[in-house]
Write a protein of this length. Structure first.
Length: 118
């Protein structure tokens, strides 16, 4: 289930994979809080818009990143590039995740999902 409480809507789907809908040159970067405290907020938001029966929820922010060229599994610079884009390790790098409080998962258009470590 995908829930967007800001737009007051939800969508049920049998395809929960993060890579669905990505273009050839895109990757998805999913950011999740480590402590999981946001899951209660997600359950409350779902309840407010009439979704009932949920017992467990996880909040993830999904960023779609378009690369200049088609990513490849064998591309040696791909993971360092994605780390530089996603993980805030200093003032000059990383826009999407704080490695001290969040985890990062990257999903590729060929259907592979891998954790991205700081």
């Amino acid at each position: 289930m995908f829930l967007n409480p800001n737009k007051h809507r939800s969508t049920l789907t049998s395809v929960p994979h993060a890579w669905k809908g990505l273009g050839k040159n895109e990757v998805a970067i999913l950011v999740t809080d480590r402590d999981g405290a946001e899951s209660l907020a997600v359950l409350a938001a779902a309840s407010r818009i009439g979704v009932t029966g949920l017992r467990k929820a996880k909040r993830r922010i999904r960023w779609r990143v378009r690369l200049a060229e088609l990513p490849s599994r064998e591309q040696p610079g791909l993971f360092p590039l994605l780390r530089k884009i996603a993980i805030a390790s200093d003032r000059g790098t990383g826009l999407l995740a704080n490695p001290h409080s969040q985890t990062v998962l990257v999903a590729f258009p060929w259907g592979e999902e891998k954790p991205l470590e700081a």
